[in-house]
Design a protein around this ligand. Structure first.
Ligand code: FDA
Length: 325
């Protein structure tokens, strides 16, 4: 009986995940959602502020609590050159603000926000502006990984533009254990000395390129994680999965890999208990801090990762409203 119930629960969760990921791509709902007051407190759990300025107190608090941070100025799938240029300019403007406040100059960027769809030269021009600014501040830029149609282009941009940061700062990339190609990509990035953030993958992908079963995604994660911990350049273990975090710690202890050789990364507002535990234990933890008004697709992916969030967050909103807020 329990097994049947678990199987039904698994199917319901998969369907909800597919629906939420489908909705994450509907721009018109995003525009509408932005104005719906109900969504605001729900969004605030995952997004630090609708502008960089309003997110600064959260960044200060994280720093004071011993966390490192990476700032994402939300936006993706940009369709006009003007919007892509404005997105790059927002990053360029953010870098001196972070530096002046003594915060980590560490940013996470999406190529689709920088105009990936508008041509290879155009996207490189925008990313180069950010890397040049980050380099001047000795900072670090991470190019996030989007769905599998962008993997080759993303890896190419990182390889080609990395020399811009030679001597000051660096640029890294993200790999997703859900993709079947990832072990090969990991070996190439290890050989090139490029820093990798390893995550499971947040996008809905076809079975031809990605593992459909979570158990396979998790197993692939652990295998690539160990390769990166052994031979990678300061890898980032980006997960909230305690079993994997514990395996990483056990592996680090077994191999004598200290906290100076890798870091954990987690999303703002997700598993704060685990984030705090790791800092207490002396591990490096970087929190990915999303800011900005274009939060809708990011937020929907967070709901899709844990469909129970939909119920959980709706209840917390109701509770807050009853409390007179
Ligand atoms: P998993 O989904 O198995 O979750 C493990 C546990 O974590 C859950 O049981 C739950 O307790 C908790 N949890 C996970 N997600 C939660 C949520 N949204 N709300 C509440 N609890 C949650 N993806 C991508 O495709 N490209 C990228 O560039 C990045 N970048 C990135 C940066 C960082 C710092 C992180 C942590 C993650 C990403 N991701 C990403 C997202 C990643 O691919 C993945 O979708 C999420 O991290 C969820 O997977 P977990 O590894 O946490 O495991």
């Amino acid at each position: 009986m329990t097994r049947v119930r678990r199987a039904i629960g698994g199917v319901v969760e998969r369907v909800m995940r597919a629906i939420l990921l489908g909705l994450s791509r509907r721009r018109f709902i995003g525009r509408f959602a932005k104005w719906m007051p109900l969504t605001r407190p729900m969004v605030a759990r995952f997004v630090a502020g609708e502008t960089l300025e309003t997110a600064l107190p959260a960044l200060d608090r994280l720093k004071a609590a011993g966390f490192r941070t990476s700032v994402d100025i939300l936006g993706e799938a940009v369709e006009s050159e003007a919007a892509a240029r404005a997105a790059a300019a927002a990053y360029v403007a953010a870098i001196p603000v972070l530096e002046a406040r003594g915060l980590d100059v560490n940013v996470s960027i999406k190529l689709s926000q920088m105009g990936l769809a508008l041509g290879p030269a155009f996207v490189r021009e925008n990313v180069a502006r950010i890397l040049t600014a980050a380099s001047a501040a000795g900072g670090f830029a991470r190019i996030d990984m989007e769905d599998h149609t962008a993997t080759d282009a993303t890896l190419a941009v990182v390889r080609e533009l990395r020399p811009l940061m030679a001597g000051s700062g660096d640029v890294g990339v993200v790999l997703q254990s859900a993709l079947r190609r990832t072990p090969r990509d990991a070996e190439e990035l290890i050989a090139a000395g490029i820093r990798v953030r390893l995550c499971k993958g947040a996008y809905r992908e076809p079975v031809s390129v990605a593992y459909p079963d979570k158990a396979d995604v998790d197993a692939a994660y652990v295998a690539v994680m160990k390769r990166l911990m052994d031979d990678g350049t300061f890898p980032a273990i980006a997960t909230h999965d305690d079993r994997i975090v514990d395996q990483a710690i056990a592996y680090a202890r077994e191999r004598g890999i200290g906290p100076d050789r890798f870091e954990f990364q987690m999303l703002f507002g997700v598993r704060r208990d685990l984030q705090e535990r790791l800092v207490r234990e002396g591990w490096g933890v970087r929190v990915y801090v999303p800011t900005g008004s274009q939060w809708y697709p990011y937020f929907m992916r967070r709901l899709a990762e844990r469909p129970a969030n939909v119920v959980f967050l709706a209840l917390s909103v109701l509770r807050e409203r009853r409390g007179g807020r």
